[in-house]
Design a protein around this ligand. Structure first.
Ligand code: PEP
Ligand code: MN
Length: 353
């Protein structure tokens, strides 16, 4: 259910309605918008008796939301959600595209710094790198764990990049939430509901990857789990789904971008690295992602991909990343979006090995 406040409702009126909702045993989610505030009501098993709320001052109307997802829906919040990082010019969902780049896994301090320097110089504002890796084989490299998180925290300080890394389970979530700027929930965990709830209870933004066989509705419901716990800063990520096609690792479903944007206010980025599994397809599909209206891209970059400990085949070289940035910058311009300019990396950064 949704309580729509009048355009000029005061903060006290909004607060009073929220208190009433909580008193009735439900959870209130106030979502301020440009025109008006809407308050999402969750925790109700059936329809809430609207009478008591409808009569309260400042209330315009009480609507039963028939869609299964509520808080992620544009019914609750019409305007796009912009996820910002105070004190920085990094964001997702606004005019600037959120560009995330970095190696699949953090392998060593030297490897991470080498790639991060190039990422920062090319103009990306987000650095990715796995510390805890969900690998198909238990014998494959599992990630450096907390050591990798420490390396990434150093990279944030040196290069001014926001850090995105995956939490695999409850234990790693706590550490990731402590060190990183964005907590990534991977495709294999998209329906790990207890992990989603836990990610909703911590305060860092969450980048939620689409499960390999998830429908649009399942994807949005997974995001709803996070919002329902009070964390409204969720970034969706399309990373390809399983199909019969065998010329790529996954089939990158770019059509989900406008489909999500129609239904939800949350930003959505595209990962053409996992989406194709092939280095030579990352650049064309990044262009396509921006052209289709994605709010950003996430790509794997490695300076020596032949020796990468994970996903070398789909990792592009730093020079290719430079080219990618130049090309998507032009495409973004046509769509009145923006890819931030290359930056000069502080001299001290180069000495930091
Ligand atoms: C990753 O980003 O390195 C990763 C493991 O992605 P996904 O969960 O999409 O497979
Ligand atoms: Mn990877």
């Amino acid at each position: 259910m949704l309580v729509v406040m009048k355009a000029h409702a005061t903060e006290e009126q909004v607060r009073a309605v929220c208190e009433k909702i909580e008193l009735l045993g439900y959870r209130a989610h106030a979502m301020p918008g440009a025109q008006r505030t809407a308050i999402g009501v969750t925790g109700n098993k059936g329809a809430v008796e609207p009478g008591t709320l409808e009569e309260m001052s400042g209330v315009q109307e009480v609507i039963q939301v028939s869609k299964p997802y509520k808080l992620v829906s544009r019914d609750v919040k019409e305007e796009d959600t912009v996820v910002t990082f105070p004190g920085t010019d990094a964001s997702f969902g606004g005019r600037d595209l959120g560009i995330v780049a970095g190696p699949c896994s953090i392998e060593s301090r030297e490897q991470a710094f080498t790639v991060a320097e190039r990422i920062a110089k090319a103009g990306a504002r987000f650095f990715r790198g796995g510390a805890y890796k969900p690998r198909t084989s238990p014998y494959a490299f599992q990630g450096l764990g907390e050591e990798a998180l420490k390396i990434m925290a150093e990279i944030r300080d040196r290069f001014g990049l926001r850090i995105i890394t995956e939490a695999l389970d409850d234990e790693s979530l706590e550490l990731v939430a402590e060190y990183a700027d964005v907590v990534q929930i991977g495709a294999r965990n998209m329906q790990n509901f207890s992990l989603l709830k836990k990610a909703g209870r911590q305060r860092k933004p969450v980048l939620l990857k689409r499960g390999m066989s998830a429908t649009l509705e399942e994807f949005l419901m997974a995001a709803e789990y996070i919002l329902s716990e009070g964390n409204y800063n969720v970034i969706l990520c399309e990373r390809g789904v399983r199909t019969f096609a065998d010329h790529t690792r996954n089939t990158l479903d770019l059509s989900i971008v406008p489909a999500v944007q129609r239904l939800s206010h949350l930003p959505i980025v595209v990962d053409p690295s996992h989406g194709t599994g092939k280095r030579n397809k990352v650049l064309p599909l990044s262009r396509a992602a921006v052209a289709v209206g994605a709010d950003g891209v996430m790509v794997e970059v490695h300076h020596d991909p032949d020796r990468a400990l994970s996903d070398g085949m789909q990792s592009i070289y730093p020079d290719q990343f430079d080219e990618l940035m130049q090309e998507i910058r032009q495409i973004a311009g046509i769509l009145h979006r923006n890819v931030q300019e290359p930056r000069t990396v502080p001299a001290t950064a180069r000495a930091g090995r």
